[in-house]
Design a protein around this ligand. Structure first.
Ligand code: BG6
Length: 302
């Protein structure tokens, strides 16, 4: 049943702070206005934009993104659950899990009064999810918009057996030119490279500078990261909790050309630094248990 935006506004809207309409592809979209402004689609509980004041946007959206039921949105912040990347033993299942393909429900919106507005979205297992991932779960995803953007995903196990999952926030950060940015915070941390395609663990001592297709999963790291972008005169600070992996991804020239929902040149203006629990850092959840992963994104002028 498609969501009725009039009803959403009467149930949850807050004048000047939280407003629903239909966005691209006619999909229900929430605009949140605190000290910063964000847009969130109920499809995937997908944040597609965030901006603080007059600063340049935090996130990049692909001009060629799909906005359609059952297809992922390209750009912004996809939420990956209950698996990150390819499914471990069934390649017919969608990459990055099910949550980004489904319409979430709104569970509440709060204006906390100091330039901060918070919206919560929920998603529960259905016959469709159980067929692809046989577990009973509930997700609660909270997006808080103030001077910074904060996202929090709580996973609850609602069945009588334990389950394991992987997950990620997959933000496409806007950068001036990927060839001139550096990422700090992962010095000396072991990573696997999907581009190299082996299980070998590599490490680097200094900040990360990208010079080609990059698809790295850093394991056993709880460190915060920074994207240093002299071309935009800013740092993006990424603080996290409940996450033991960080993924760094840019498709570069050839892969960008192969991706049909991504412009051929768009790779130059983005980098994904993903707060994750990836394979090797699975989360184990006992019956009735819950796990919360959180990331806070803040831009700091140089
Ligand atoms: C990254 C993965 O997180 O997401 C990459 O590490 C993948 O391997 C990328 O290509 C984009 O995934 P998708 O499914 O959104 O094209």
């Amino acid at each position: 049943m498609p969501m009725d935006t009039e009803k959403l506004n009467s149930d949850f809207g807050i004048e000047g702070k939280a407003y629903f309409d239909r966005g691209r592809g006619g999909l229900p979209r929430l605009t949140l206005r605190g000290a910063g402004t964000a847009e969130v689609y109920l499809h995937g509980a997908h944040v597609t934009s965030f901006r603080h004041g007059d600063e340049p946007p935090l996130l990049r959206m692909s001009a060629q993104s799909n906005f359609a039921p059952g297809l992922p949105i390209r750009g912004g912040i996809p939420v990956c659950f209950p698996w990150f990347g390819a499914h471990p033993d069934n390649e017919e299942l969608p990459i990055h899990g099910l949550a980004r393909l489904m319409e979430w429900e709104v569970s509440g919106i709060d204006d906390t009064g100091n330039g901060t507005v918070s919206a919560s979205f929920s998603l529960e297992s259905t016959p469709w999810t159980r067929k692809r991932w046989p577990a009973d779960f509930r997700l609660e995803y909270t997006v808080t918009v103030g001077e910074e953007l904060d996202v929090r995903l709580e996973v609850l196990n609602r069945q009588k057996q334990a389950f394991d999952f992987t997950c990620a926030f997959h933000p496409y950060f806007a950068v001036s030119d990927i060839r001139n940015v550096r990422v700090t915070g992962l010095e000396g941390v072991g990573y696997r490279s999907k581009v190299i395609g082996s299980d070998e663990l590599f490490t680097e001592d200094g900040p990360i500078e990208l010079a080609g297709e990059t698809d790295r999963t850093y394991l056993d790291t709880t460190s915060d990261c920074e994207i240093i972008d002299p071309g935009m005169n800013r740092w993006i600070r990424i603080s996290k909790s409940g996450s033991r992996s960080t993924v760094v991804w840019n498709p570069w020239v050839d892969k960008a050309e192969r991706m049909e929902d991504f412009g051929d040149e768009e790779w130059t203006g983005m980098i994904c630094v993903e707060t994750a629990n990836a394979r090797g850092n699975e989360v184990h959840l006992e019956p009735g248990g819950s796990h919360t992963m959180r990331a806070t994104y803040r831009t700091v002028p140089m």
